[in-house]
Design a protein around this ligand. Structure first.
Ligand SMILES: NC(=O)c1ccc[n+]([C@@H]2O[C@H](COP(=O)([O-])OP(=O)(O)OC[C@H]3O[C@@H](n4cnc5c(N)ncnc54)[C@H](O)[C@@H]3O)[C@@H](O)[C@H]2O)c1
Ligand SMILES: [Zn+2]
Ligand SMILES: [Zn+2]
Length: 380
């Protein structure tokens, strides 16, 4: 079938993207789903900082590709071997497909699925197939999702069935921002009630970490960002204290306010400076968790002896260490109870033609989560 999609032909273009135009709307060919694949009508797709990093070339990918990894949609067609979903189901996409068979999947760590990791570098679906093309030339997939497109063909390993009462523009957020941010708190760190936490970087993912802190009963939630409006929003969403990281005394102020630092600090900005801040405000015996994805070559230095004598822990958190088939429905239940008000993270809906402008806004820090909506019936 023919469909409209955004294509990234070249990584590394700088913003303003409205001038350099890294994303081009094209009419692509989408092949029908194979035996273990599904055709999905895209309901909504989020603009996450990881997409911005792919455009900027901070994360290397095979191009030309259709970007986008945070999405929800409706199943239109299924291959003959599909058991995970049926036509008409509403689904959230998992940006790590779950092969179910590798050493990570079978030991309860599907977010580290090695089959998915290997497929990502080739720009194919997790089963090795490619379904996108333009004039007979290949166009690659992003993390098995590629949701900046009216339709997606994905492996059943990439879909999580959800209830039908969740608006697509909210549901999409559960595929990345929610599992990553809330998951870092409840799965990676497993914070105990009453503990003092800090979240450094308050975009869509960081604000979900603030939600996670509230849910897990953190005693104090310290929010840190370089933008004052993000600090204000974090306060509305449950942060108890806010500090601006551009203030040269920021670290000292947090350490003083917490009498020695926080029990858990979460880096969610994706820059080494933020990791430095997060590590420096973690108390003796405490844990620093990082979800941010900076440039592959960037390094973070730590004083070796301090790590030992302070018994510090540093943990990476990918996809919030989530088991998505279990966590997404659980988090959606919390949303329904009003405990995960993800709608407050939305910064308006946009169309395919507005994507370059949308990424300029994200790069400038002028938006939290803008949602791409390509079919009128999902424009909530
Ligand atoms: N680990 C994962 O599985 C995973 C999943 C999704 C996103 N990510 C990564 O998480 C990071 C955040 O994503 P997002 O979509 O929320 O981004 P975003 O652009 O919406 O938010 C980033 C925030 O960090 C702030 N910031 C920048 N520099 C800072 C500094 N030095 N100190 C404090 N705050 C600073 C910005 O002002 C902004 O509010 C990105 O690096 C993204 O690639 C990781
Ligand atoms: Zn993301
Ligand atoms: Zn696997």
């Amino acid at each position: 079938m023919k469909m409209k999609a955004a294509v990234l032909y070249e990584q590394g273009k700088e913003h303003p993207f409205t001038e350099t135009k890294p994303l081009v709307v094209e009419e692509l060919d989408l092949d029908p789903p194979g035996d273990d694949e599904v055709l999905i009508k895209t309901g909504a797709a989020g603009l996450c900082h990881s997409d911005l990093s792919m455009i900027a070339g901070i994360m290397e990918r095979k191009v030309p590709m259709v970007p986008g990894h945070e999405a929800a949609g409706v199943v239109m067609e299924v291959g003959k071997d599909v058991t995970q979903c049926k036509v008409g189901d509403h689904i959230v996409m998992s940006f790590v497909p779950i092969c179910g068979e590798c050493e990570y999947c079978i030991t309860g760590r599907p977010n580290l699925c090695i089959t998915a990791f290997n497929a990502r570098a080739t720009g194919a679906l997790v089963n090795g197939n490619r379904r996108l093309s333009l004039d007979g030339e290949p166009v690659y997939h992003t993390n098995g999702v590629s949701c900046y497109a009216e339709y997606m063909v994905a492996c059943q390993d990439s879909v999580i069935v959800i209830d039908k009462d969740v608006p697509m523009v909210d549901a999409a957020l559960f595929g990345c921002a929610v599992v990553t941010g809330v998951g870092a708190i409840v799965n990676t760190a497993k914070i105990s009630p009453g503990s003092t936490i800090a979240v450094v970087g308050l975009g869509g993912v960081g604000l979900c970490a603030v939600f996670g802190g509230v849910l897990a009963g953190a005693g104090r939630i310290i929010a840190v960002d370089i933008a004052d409006d993000k600090l204000g929003l974090a306060r509305q969403l449950g942060a108890t204290d806010t500090f601006n990281a551009s203030d040269a005394d920021c670290v000292d102020k947090v350490v003083e306010a917490t009498k020695g630092g926080v029990d858990y600090a979460f880096e969610v900005a994706g820059v080494v400076e933020a990791m430095q801040t997060a590590y420096s405000i973690t108390r003796r015996g405490g844990t620093t968790v990082t979800s941010g994805l900076s440039h592959l070559e960037h390094k973070f230095e730590i004083p070796h002896a301090q790590l030992v004598v302070d018994e510090r822990t540093i943990k990476g958190s990918y996809m919030g260490s989530s088991i998505v088939r279990q966590d997404v429905p659980k988090f959606i239940d919390l949303y329904r109870q009003g405990k995960l008000p993800v709608d407050k993270l939305r910064s308006g809906n946009i169309g395919l033609a507005d994507l370059n402008h949308g990424f300029d806004k994200l790069a400038r820090g002028d938006a939290v989560r803008q949602m791409l909506v390509m079919h009128d019936e999902f424009d909530a």
